[in-house]
Design a protein around this ligand. Structure first.
Ligand code: B1M
Length: 211
């Protein structure tokens, strides 16, 4: 990997957004493509953030700061990527389920997925099954991600999956779920395609579901 891409990954890991922006411009000036800078600079840096978050070496504030640095680079690359038709890793619709207002974890998942090269449509909080169904019809995503933080709102996950079935959309998407009270057993019981315990694992899971 070229030295400048390594520098971008390092600066992103350290949350240095101005440095990431300057290095991204510099990398473009040296002739590297937007796709190379995305994959081997920004995504590589965010993958390291994800791995260290998963193993407890980084915490939520550091991940948020790194995500801000990733956005500084993405803002420069986005128009170039749109022009060059670089395929995304996949399109994900994400939301916190009906009745639930918690979004800190869901936002982290969104940022990490973006850092992993996915297009993310974040529907927000308190999203009813009907709104998920509408969004799947409109956006035709590859994946639907459901987040819940309350034991009382976990049943909204099953209701959302049932609504996708009733609308004839279940086979067109993979459904991944997560949130503090959610478990793999629960995911199996409600017929989700996968469960992730944290934001970094959500990226691994999304990649596996796309494979
Ligand atoms: Co609430 N709350 N809260 N709260 N709150 C909890 C969740 C609670 C455990 C606190 C407690 O009692 N100890 C408890 C739930 C108990 C239960 O159901 N078993 C609780 C309660 C009861 C409530 C209210 C009912 C309180 C009340 O009003 N009486 C109320 C409910 C409101 C509602 O939603 N309808 C309420 C309200 C709130 C605030 C609004 C004040 C605020 C939310 C602010 C916000 O999100 N914008 C809040 C907060 C902050 C919390 C705690 C303190 C922190 C949650 C959090 O952000 N964690 C929480 C207690 C705790 O966890 N210590 C608590 C950090 C975040 C990074 O982690 O969200 O787990 P987490 O996300 C992780 C993983 O779970 C995973 O990845 C993330 C990053 O690694 N993940 C996914 C999440 N979504 C995923 C999706 C995926 C994959 C992975 O795939 C799609």
């Amino acid at each position: 990997m070229s030295a400048i891409l390594q520098q971008i990954a390092d600066a992103l890991y350290d949350g240095k957004n101005n440095e990431v922006a300057a290095l991204t411009h510099q990398a473009l000036d040296t002739g590297l493509t937007a796709a190379e800078i995305l994959d081997d600079g920004l995504v590589a840096g965010m993958d390291r953030v994800g791995a260290d978050f998963k193993n407890g070496d980084l915490f939520v504030p550091e991940v948020l700061i790194a995500a801000r640095a990733m956005h500084a680079g993405m803002d420069i690359l986005r128009p170039l990527l749109a022009e060059s038709d670089v395929p995304s890793a996949g399109k994900v619709i994400l939301g916190t389920v009906a009745g639930d207002l918690h979004d800190i974890g869901k936002n982290l998942v969104a940022m990490m997925l973006e850092g992993g090269g996915f297009d993310v449509v974040d529907l927000g909080i308190d999203i009813t099954p009907e709104k998920f169904v509408e969004a799947v019809k409109k956006e035709t995503p590859d994946l639907v991600g459901l987040s819940a933080l309350l034991t009382t709102t976990m049943p909204s996950m099953e209701k959302t999956i049932d609504a996708l079935k009733a609308a004839g959309l279940r086979d067109s998407v993979k459904v991944m779920i997560g949130g503090a009270p959610v478990t793999q057993d629960y995911a199996d019981n409600v017929g989700a395609d996968g469960y992730a315990a944290d934001a970094a694992s959500a990226v691994d899971l999304a990649r596996a579901l796309m494979a």
